[in-house]
Design a binder for this molecule. Sequence first.
Ligand code: SF4
Ligand code: SF4
Length: 76
Amino acid sequence: MQSKKTFAFVNYEVCNPTKCDPDKGICIAVSACSHKVLKQIDGAFTPPVVFQHLCMGCWDCIEACPLDAIEMKHFH
Ligand code: SF4
Ligand code: SF4
């Protein structure tokens, strides 16, 4: 079994759905996550949440976010 060491982490001081999608408040990084583990659980215009135990650490969300609000966290 592979042990997981990295996962995406939303920096809520930077994330601002109103800024990245003023019309609809839809998180672009959520659409980019093909593993569907990044979700706007409170709906449009709210920051997304990462289901970290399921995150594949693939970086797609990080590359998609125009505000660089998502970071990769490493744990030991
Ligand atoms: S994570 Fe990035 S793309 Fe998603 S709502 Fe926040 S700033 Fe926008
Ligand atoms: S790193 Fe990949 S799997 Fe994890 S939340 Fe981002 S896009 Fe989804």
